[in-house]
Design a protein around this ligand. Structure first.
Ligand SMILES: [Zn+2]
Length: 406
């Protein structure tokens, strides 16, 4: 694991403080000596910063453990950990199909979560009211003091105009045009809202989300990369089927157009209507049009050839997109998450990992593993919450550059 280096220049106190806090957070437990080694800051600087973090209640000392000297008899090192109760954030993931909300502590533990489905005709005001209700519910369920709430992170369907704070003509939401979703939610909840999303311990990774649509998140060089206009990582709109079916974005053959749940269901219905055999065909012989995404995934996981064919096609499209992303960004890890993984997350994971070991140009230098998000279906919401912590605490090089420019 690589840690972002600190800088011993003057006038960068808060940047260094965030580097140190981030190092403590990502290591779980560490010591002042290890912090100096990992961040490149002097022992004296570390000592001053740690004292400040202890005074602010963001970090706690957890007793001493023996140092790793040859005889184990060196001076004991005090263990430093992040104080989980120092701050909390709510993450909301607004998928056109549902709203997920989670409340997480500073250590990233989920203390409460809730989900509710949405009708596709939901109006913006109604969606905001439901989000606000979900926020109140997780705060109440977790029983945490309001004053420790650092903010709300919101992951929502793109594209967005960050400067104006607008969700622009989001797909799959009938009648939404230019909606100031963040501002509406701030007014409604009274808390600061940070938009977009992602997770820890790896400096460079890609998060691939599969829900109603397909989205992504980029964590590059220890920072969430959102792009200058906050619309980066639209992995769902990478072309994987040139000349393929039209996508609502105006392009053709986008990953989302051929690999989202609706596309899979359409594929399966067509195969069933064409008279395909197997267990799924037998179960839906009377009404092939009633087959749904869950049924297709469950049948594929159980080895039904027709359903497996549908899932394998999606796995192959996902692999194409992942290889393009790996060639472009040279990342260490891919994380797959989202409710549409259904029962077939492991099939996707294996296919993408194999493609990443055989196809990117840098495969002989390193192979990027693929992991299924341990956060499971609420990954988007947890990512949104961690964005609040990132905004509050993660070292932002851009901020440093802005401040040190003459
Ligand atoms: Zn598209």
């Amino acid at each position: 694991m690589r840690q972002q280096a600190g800088t011993n220049l003057p006038k960068v106190g808060s940047y260094n403080q965030n580097v140190v806090l981030d190092a403590i957070r990502s290591s779980g437990a560490t010591s002042r000596v290890e912090l100096a080694q990992r961040t490149g800051l002097t022992a004296q600087t570390i000592s001053v910063i740690v004292r400040r973090l202890l005074n602010d209640g963001l970090v706690r000392e957890d007793g001493a453990r023996p140092s790793a000297g040859p005889s184990g008899s060196g001076k004991p090192r005090t263990t430093l950990r992040v104080e989980p109760t120092a701050g909390y954030a709510v993450g909301i993931h607004f998928d056109p199909g549902w709203i997920d909300a989670v409340l997480v502590d500073l250590a990233g533990t989920v203390l409460a979560e809730t989900r509710r489905g949405l009708h596709h005709s939901v109006r913006p005001e109604e969606a905001v009211a439901l989000m606000s209700k979900a926020v109140r519910k997780v705060v109440r369920d977790a029983g945490i003091p309001q004053r420790r709430m650092l903010g709300i992170g919101l992951a929502c369907p793109g594209p967005i105009d960050q400067e104006l704070g607008l969700v622009l003509y989001p797909p799959r939401l009938a009648g939404w045009e230019q909606v100031p979703l963040g501002a509406l939610l701030e007014t409604r909840t009274g808390g600061p809202v940070t938009r977009s999303g992602v997770a820890k311990n790896v400096g460079n990774f890609v998060y691939l989300y599969m829900g109603t649509g397909i989205g992504g998140g980029l964590f590059l060089s220890n920072q969430v990369y959102r792009g200058p206009f906050r619309n980066a990582a639209e992995i769902g709109h990478v072309t994987v089927a040139p000349g393929g079916p039209p996508c609502y974005c105006g392009n053709r053959g986008c990953l989302e157009a051929v690999a989202c749940p609706d596309a899979m269901v359409a594929d399966a219905r067509k195969l069933l209507a064409d008279g395909g055999g197997g267990a799924l065909a037998a179960a839906y012989a009377r009404d092939p049009a009633s087959v749904d995404h869950d049924a297709v995934c469950a049948a594929a996981a159980a080895g039904d050839p027709l359903a497996r064919g549908v899932v394998d096609r999606v796995a192959s499209y996902l692999s194409d997109a992942a290889v393009s992303v790996a060639n472009m960004l040279d990342v260490e890890l891919f994380v797959l998450g989202g409710p549409a993984l259904g029962a077939v997350g492991a099939i996707y994971r294996e296919a993408i990992e194999e493609a990443l070991s055989l196809r990117p140009i840098a495969r002989r230098v390193h192979k990027a593993p693929v992991s299924l998000s341990p956060a499971g279906s609420s990954a988007g919401a947890i990512g949104a919450a961690s964005l609040v912590f990132h905004r509050a605490f993660a070292p932002q090089l851009t901020a440093l550059l802005e401040r040190t420019m003459p």
